[in-house]
Design a protein around this ligand. Structure first.
Ligand code: GDP
Ligand code: IMO
Ligand code: MG
Length: 409
């Protein structure tokens, strides 16, 4: 059975936590896109793990994890991450495999990424990891795939230092290379999780272009880049926060205007620890944008939503959520393509009463206060998508399962 998990906002929704939680019942976890721009956090009682390239199932000793064909992988960054995991007691040898169709990131791409940013009149605010450069080379057919690392014909256009870099890592990479399509076909009876990176609104096609990343973070990416055909996907889960965050530049209709100390924005940032896992940048904060979430549900065929960070609202007497955009003299519920429209959009807000009590020890739907359940039900109604999992804290165990994803629709 194949379950896909993607971000339904602008990234950092808590995908890592949810994939880690669900991986206890899976055999295989495939990360299908992105690179070291991602930062997926997993909190066990005494240790916090920040994963960038390694799929989130790695913490379980009996799971095999695969880096998918849509990923762009910098070998030195990958092995640094694996060494770090080892220093924390995670034995990874033999259970981390890499699709031989995945593309490799050369160290100099980081510099090119920074140079491109410095020339942009409106910078994107990239993570500076060379991700866009790697995907640009891939699209122009000048990229290097793992399968090609020993093929002189494929390396002929590279500089001497690039060749030396690849030659250095080749002996460690090649034993981990696998034909992902054939591997998953052979293991088609396993329960497999497909872990997305970034989020629907950062996807190169469905996101707020050009303020997006360069990979496929949409659910369709799990098929094209995760090694299975689209008909083999049984369930698609979209993870979203009780509010919205964004790191980097680009339109964000519900962003709080006031970010001063003591403001709601600063309260949410502090309470939700809203600082980038990869770059440490403060995340921009705003109310939940239901227009954007509904769009993410539709364009990704999301079967079930996963709500995280509900606990961050515990102390608020009231809060709001965006149910429409006022653009000029119209109110719309469809998410516009135009950056200008998104920048001009004035959110139409609906007020909710807070529950004013801690919920992080709630274990079931019935344990949640009525006001929290009303908020959840409103979101389900608006998006026409059931919420099957609710996360009430960063730790693995602070997770309420309303319905297991391991059932076919
Ligand atoms: P990802 O990129 O989607 O995996 O998300 P990140 O790891 O970048 O950011 C999510 C942050 O929120 C991490 O620090 C998590 O430990 C934390 N987190 C995840 N779920 C919850 C939750 O339900 N409540 C709170 N308070 N924190 C959470
Ligand atoms: P996870 O998987 C949040 C953002 C960057 C920037 C834009 C382009 O942890 O949710 P890039 O370096 O990819 O060219 O940057 O995308 N971005 C993310 N924002 N979470 C992420 O990943 C992100 N990966 C990229 O901040 O705005
Ligand atoms: Mg993240």
């Amino acid at each position: 059975m194949n379950v896909v998990i993607i971000g339904a906002q602008w990234g950092d929704e808590g995908k890592g936590k949810i994939v880690d939680y669900l991986a206890q019942d899976a055999g295989i976890v495939v990360r299908f896109s992105g690179g070291a721009n991602a930062g997926h956090t997993i909190v066990l009682s005494d240790t916090t793990y920040a994963l960038h390239l390694v799929p989130s199932g790695i913490l379980y000793a009996d799971k095999t994890v695969l880096l998918g064909s849509g990923m762009v992988i910098e070998p030195s960054a990958l092995f640094a991450e694996l060494e770090d995991l080892k220093s924390k007691g995670i034995q990874w040898e033999g259970r981390v495999l890499i699709s031989d169709r995945a593309h490799l990131v050369l160290p100099r791409y980081r510099q090119v990424d920074r140079e491109l940013e410095s020339k942009r009149k409106k910078p994107i605010g990239t993570t500076g990891r060379g991700i866009g450069v790697a995907y640009a080379f891939k699209a122009s057919r000048d990229g290097i795939r793992l399968a090609d690392i020993g093929d002189e014909d494929c390396l002929q256009n590279l500089e001497k230092e690039d060749k030396a870099y690849l030659a250095e890592w080749r002996p460690r990479l090649e034993p981990m290379a696998v034909d992902l399509v054939s591997y998953l076909h052979q293991h088609q009876n396993s329960w497999t999780l497909f872990e997305g990176a970034q989020g629907a609104l950062l996807d190169i096609d469905t996101g707020t272009y050009p303020f997006v990343s360069s990979g496929m973070s949409c659910a369709a990416g799990a098929a094209a880049q995760g090694g299975i055909g689209p008909r083999k996907i049984d369930r698609i889960l979209g993870v979203f926060k009780a509010y919205t965050t964004r790191v980097g530049n680009g339109p964000f209709p519900t962003e709080f205007k006031d970010d001063s100390p003591g403001s709601l924005s600063s309260y949410i940032r502090t309470t939700g620890h809203e600082y980038g896992t990869t770059t440490g940048r403060p995340r921009r904060c705003g109310y939940l944008d239901l227009v954007a979430l509904r769009y993410a549900c539709i364009v990704n065929s999301i079967d079930r939503l996963v709500l995280t960070h509900l606990d961050v609202y515990d102390e608020l007497p009231e809060f709001e959520a965006c149910v429409g955009y006022r653009i000029g003299d119209k109110v719309v519920q469809d998410f516009p393509a135009s950056v200008k429209d998104l920048e001009q959009a004035v959110p139409v807000l609906k007020k909710f009463e807070g529950w004013k009590q801690p919920i992080d020890s709630c274990q079931s739907w019935e344990d949640l206060p009525l006001k929290a359940r009303e908020y959840v039900e409103f979101i389900e109604d608006y998006t026409q998508t059931p919420i099957s999992i609710i996360s009430v804290g960063s730790e693995r165990k602070k997770t309420i399962i309303k319905e297991s994803p391991w059932i076919r629709s």
